[in-house]
Design a protein around this ligand. Sequence first.
Ligand SMILES: Cc1cc2nc3c(=O)[nH]c(=O)nc-3n(C[C@H](O)[C@H](O)[C@H](O)COP(=O)(O)OP(=O)(O)OC[C@H]3O[C@@H](n4cnc5c(N)ncnc54)[C@H](O)[C@@H]3O)c2cc1C
Length: 383
Amino acid sequence: MEAYDAIIVGAGSIGLPTSLALAEAGMRPLVLDARASLGQGAHKAAIGGVRATHGDPVKVRVGLDSLATFANWREERGDDIEWVSGGYVFVAYRERERQAFERLLREQRRLGLDIDWLDAPALLERVPDLEREGLLGGTFSPGDGHCSTLLVGQAMAAAARRAGAEFRFGEPVRELLIERGRVRGVRSERAPYETPLVINAAGAGGPALAEMAGESLEVASELHEAGITEPVAPFLEPLVVDVRPSEGSANVYCYQARTGQVIFCLTPEPPIYGEDLAETSEFLPLVAARLVRLIPRLAHVRVRRTWRGVYPMTPDGSPLLGWSGQVEGLLHATGMCGQGLMLGPGVAALIVRMARGELDPDDHDTLRAWAPARKFVGEEVLR
Ligand SMILES: Cc1cc2nc3c(=O)[nH]c(=O)nc-3n(C[C@H](O)[C@H](O)[C@H](O)COP(=O)(O)OP(=O)(O)OC[C@H]3O[C@@H](n4cnc5c(N)ncnc54)[C@H](O)[C@@H]3O)c2cc1C
C-alpha cells in the first residue's frame, strides 16, 4: 500500500492551498479528487472575490492571513493570478445598512482591517457609476480585491507539486480505513492508501466523507448563480456589494476583472438547495435588473455566460474546521459557505499548525468558533 504523511480529500478551494501548505511544511501529501481535474467542484464557480471584510472577528483574522497570500502571490511566486487590489465597497442606500456597517467598522478596524466609511460624494469619486439617488455612502476596504479563480487554482497546484505534493483525479474516496478509533488510511475507487492524517476538504461532499467515520456534519448544498459579460474599457475598480434585499434575492455583487469583463453574482432569497447545476432562466432577468439599478451604465454591457455552483453552507454561515469527534487523525475543513476561496490560504496555514500541534491563542479561538460539532446560533451579518 502506498503511504503518505497526509491525504487530502478534495482538490478545491481548500484542498489546493492545504496541499501547498503541508508540502512546504515538509510533509508529503496526496490529494485525491473524484472529478477529472482540479477545481471542478465549487472552486471553479467562485467569481474570485477575496476580502478580509467580514462581520465575524474570527473570519477577519483568517481572512487577513489569506488576503496576504493572494495579494503577494505574483511577487513571491512569479505567477500572474490577475490579482487586483481594487478594494471592496459595501454600499448603503438605507439608514439600517449605514448603521450596521458603521457598527461593524469599529470592530473591523480594531482587528487591523484597513477600512473607512465614505460619504456619498467621496464614494462617487471612487465608483462614479453608482446609482446616486438615495446613496448614503458605503464602506471601502482598499486591501481587499479579486483574482482569477482558475489561475489561482492552477498556480497553487503547480506550487504544491513542486514542493512534493501529489494529485490523483478520478479517484473518489469510498472508505476511511480505521483501526482502534484511529485513521490508518483511505480506500479510493482505485486503491487503498496508508496515512495517519486524513483531511476532509470535500466541500459539499464533506458530510458523506464524515459519515464514513460515523459522524454527521451540517453542510447543505446551497445553489448560487453567477455570470460574466463581454470585456469593456475599465470603469469599475472595487468589488461592489449591495445588501438591500429585493424580490427573489438577498444581495448582489460585481466587479470588473483586469481583463475587462464584469463578473457578477446574486444571493437567492429564499435560498435554493439541491444538486442541479444547470443555470436557470430566472437568474439573468433578476440579476440584470438589480445590477442596472445599482450601476445604470451596465445596461449597455452584454452578458456572455452564466453558471451555477454550490455554496457548502452551514447553519450559521461559518466554516467547519476541527478534528473529528469520532476518529483520531481525521480533520474536517469543510462548510466554507460563500467564502472558501478567500479563506483557503488562512485555513491551510491553520491546518499545518494543527497537524504540528503548534496552535497559538488566536487559533484556539478560531477552532472554538468553527468547531464542527458546535451549537449553531445566529448568522454572520456579512455572510
Ligand atoms: C456562484 C458562486 C460564486 C462564488 N464566489 C466566491 C468568491 O467570490 N469568493 C469566495 O471566496 N468564494 C466564492 N464562492 C464559494 C466558493 O466557491 C466555495 O466556498 C469553495 O469553493 C468551497 O471550497 P471547498 O474546497 O470546500 O469545496 P470544493 O471547491 O467544491 O472542493 C471539494 C472537492 O472535493 C471533491 N470530493 C468530494 N467528495 C469526494 C470524495 N469522496 N472523494 C474524492 N473527492 C471528493 C470534489 O470533487 C471537489 O473537487 C462562490 C460560490 C459560487 C457557487
